[in-house]
Design a protein. Structure first.
Length: 114
């Protein structure tokens, strides 16, 4: 399984970014996908997940601002991030889960300036 995250960068508070996760060597349509983040000095935390059936779940801190989606025809998962805050600064990782097996991509850095 290979997961390639992209789309991070530097943005001002209030701005938007869209992260993408390209999956390969996996039957993408049957796995649950997620985005996690890790800020400096903190533990990795869940941001959002989307099941193979399209059910979504969000951390309270991003509800109403972030949207997770997937395109099974392209083997892609996305995280649309709006109204970004400095507290959203972190390395963001995409994750694929299938029957308790977890796969991680490399992170993409999101920096939100105040």
């Amino acid at each position: 399984v290979q997961l390639q995250a992209s789309g991070g960068g530097l943005v001002q508070a209030g701005g938007s970014l869209r992260l993408s996760c390209a999956a390969s060597r996996i039957v993408f349509s049957i796995v649950d996908m997620g985005w996690y983040r890790q800020a400096p000095g903190k533990q990795r935390e869940l941001v959002a997940t989307i099941t193979s059936g399209g059910t979504t779940n969000y951390a309270d801190s991003v509800k109403g601002r972030f949207t997770i989606s997937r395109d099974n025809t392209k083997n892609m998962a996305y995280l649309q991030m709006n109204s970004l805050k400095p507290g959203d600064t972190a390395v963001y990782y995409c994750n694929a889960e299938y029957r308790s097996a977890n796969f991680w991509g490399q992170g993409t850095l999101v920096t939100v300036s105040s």
